[in-house]
Design a protein around this ligand. Structure first.
Ligand SMILES: [Zn+2]
Length: 503
């Protein structure tokens, strides 16, 4: 994520947020609009199951995975392998009809499963195609399994629901996250860190990554984009189903859709240069006149692939939306607010930042939100690597010095290794975190530094990692005890002095 432009507009966002009422959207009640036709049917969605009046069991009150910042997020007892997300969206009635199927494996003997999910009217829940009881409490959908499932055994939960999707307040950010609608009627999802449950039932924690299939049905001529690669578009009676596959594991906060009067624009030159299928999702005016920095994405992918290792996924690109004063690195399809795109010098920097997250954040994902500097410090440092590459070492050094000075002027800084839950995306996590990598590079030298980044990526690609994992690799590669350096840079109360780079 990148919020530096956003800071200027946070006050305005806060004013508009205050006008919104419920902290969590209530169930919208029975659907009144006729559902549009769906081209896909995975399980019957006509069964209505009434929630039982009492909680299913003590196990259903398990509150989360115990994340250090957001302990209630995510759920234990199982691991998700794949989500099949079959959505029909009717923009005229602002109504979503969904069927989400979840392939999971028990990690311990379980008789109930909890998912993170807010809002909507649930019309059916089935496990292995058998209707089951469920209830809802504390942002959880609790599902009783037909029988105890042994550790290592797999099952499929299918949840059908309808309603008007809404963004939800975030514990971490001063604006709402999840499903959003811009002034032009484009719908898009920006969920980091806790908005995934606003549109999908999920195990909503980065430690449980999974693959996804999206089948998104919208009326023509609207376009629907999602993470991954477009497999096919099926048209029927004035509706189109856009089928997208995300075949690499993905954290739930990075799942996204973009729906509206938009165009999918293939960038042939960037694709040829990088060997990655580059496509952008753009409003019509940008589709016919690409912003200049956007044409450099192939060069940027190539640059980082040489520094970090091969680009992690099959495709990449950005989607440009309105009413979002930031950018978010959704896997293979970063979401950019239009105001970022229209600020050319800043746009290039943010393009680099969100692209670098595809390696650090998306492919190598923090095991705990307290390790967020592994995302933001790395993506910020990648901006400075691009600066060094394009404008030279002096520009890099000047920026490092200027950023440290900027940090020391900030009040109430929290060290980057210990972020506050209510301010997860602080300037400290970005800039102090980035400077930590600069200090490491000076300490161990360029060869060991870049070998550390490459080894860290190669070791934890498509997986999760902790700060301790990164430090262990830096120490193994460099042959040095780096505990003092990381203690000082990640956990001390004051911003350390920059190391001398002379010699
Ligand atoms: Zn970021």
């Amino acid at each position: 994520m990148n919020r530096r432009v956003a800071a200027l507009l946070v006050a305005a966002i806060l004013v508009s947020s205050c006008a919104e009422s419920d902290p969590l959207p209530a169930d919208p009640g029975p659907e009144t609009a006729a559902p549009p036709p769906s081209t896909t049917t995975l399980v019957t969605t006509t069964t209505t199951t009434t929630a039982p009046p009492v909680p299913l069991s003590d196990a259903t009150t398990r509150l989360g995975l115990g994340d250090s910042r957001y302990p209630e997020l995510g759920n234990g007892g199982y691991d998700v392998a794949h989500y099949t997300v079959d959505l029909t969206f009717d923009p005229e009635h602002d109504m979503l009809s969904a069927l989400v199927s979840i392939d999971a494996t028990a990690t311990e003997p379980v008789d109930t499963i909890s998912l993170d999910f807010i809002g909507f009217d649930i019309t059916a829940v089935k496990v292995d195609n058998e209707s089951v009881d469920f209830d809802r409490s504390n942002g959880k959908l609790n599902v009783r399994l037909p029988a105890v499932v042994a550790a290592g055994d797999s099952f499929v939960i299918a949840i059908a629901y309808t309603g008007t999707p809404q963004a939800v307040p975030s514990q971490a950010l001063p604006f709402e996250v999840g499903w959003r609608t811009d002034a032009a009627g484009i719908r898009y999802v920006v969920a980091e860190p806790d908005g995934g449950r606003s549109w999908l039932p999920l195990n909503d924690h980065p430690s449980d990554k999974a693959t996804y299939t999206f089948l998104i049905t919208v009326p023509e001529p609207l376009v629907a984009a999602a993470n991954g690669t477009l497999q096919e578009r099926i048209t029927d009676l004035g509706w189109s189903t856009w089928v997208w596959e995300s075949t690499d594991p993905m954290a739930s906060y990075l799942a996204t859709v973009v729906i509206g009067e938009i165009e999918i624009v293939v960038d042939e030159a960037s694709s040829a240069e990088s060997g990655v299928a580059v496509r952008n999702v753009l409003p019509a005016d940008l589709a016919t006149a690409l912003p200049i920095p956007l044409e450099r994405q192939g060069e940027m992918i190539e640059f980082f692939a040489k520094l970090f290792g091969s680009y992690p996924f099959d495709s990449y690109g950005i989607a440009v939306v309105g009413d979002f004063e930031a950018a978010l690195e959704n896997q293979t399809l970063s979401i950019f607010g239009r105001s970022v795109v229209e600020f050319p010098a800043f746009f290039e920097t943010v393009l680099v930042h969100e692209l670098a997250h595809q390696w650090f954040g998306n492919s190598v994902t923090p095991a705990d939100w307290g390790d967020i500097w592994l995302n933001e410090g790395f993506a910020t440092y990648a901006e400075w690597l691009w600066l060094e590459h394009t404008r030279g070492r002096a520009a890099y050094e000047a920026t490092i010095g200027g950023e440290r000075n900027r940090l020391t002027l900030a009040a109430d800084l929290q060290p980057p290794g210990d972020p506050l839950a209510e301010d997860l995306f602080s300037v400290s996590v970005y800039v102090w975190g980035g400077l930590t990598l600069h200090a490491l590079r000076v300490e161990i030298g360029d060869d060991a530094f870049f070998e550390t980044l490459q080894t860290y990526y190669a070791t934890y690609e498509n997986s999760i990692a902790t700060t301790a994992d990164f430090i262990a690799i830096a120490e193994a590669v460099s042959g040095s005890d780096l505990s003092a350096l990381f203690d000082q840079w990640l956990y001390s109360e004051v911003v350390p002095e920059l190391p001398s780079t002379a010699g």
